[in-house]
Ligand binder design. Structure first.
Ligand SMILES: [Zn+2]
Length: 69
């Protein structure tokens, strides 16, 4: 799960993200999110990045990525 500065989470392969851009400090990410973590993402349930920029926390889902889930 890739976390943008806006707090929006994307999944690997999303067309909104250039893979070359996936690096700190622009993005933070979680390599192995727990099952259901994507669905739980909300302002009340932020998911903190564990790698890259660990200051990033996801609070919303990319709708394009969401459609693949
Ligand atoms: Zn996306």
């Amino acid at each position: 799960m890739i976390i943008h500065a806006s707090g929006k989470a994307h999944l690997p392969g999303c067309g909104h993200i250039d893979p070359a851009d996936i690096r700190a400090p622009l993005y933070g990410w979680v390599l192995a999110p727990s099952p259901g973590a994507w669905r739980r993402l909300a302002p009340s349930h932020p998911l903190r990045a564990t790698q890259g920029n660990t200051e990033r926390a996801a609070v919303s889902r990319c709708m394009t990525c969401d459609a693949t889930q």
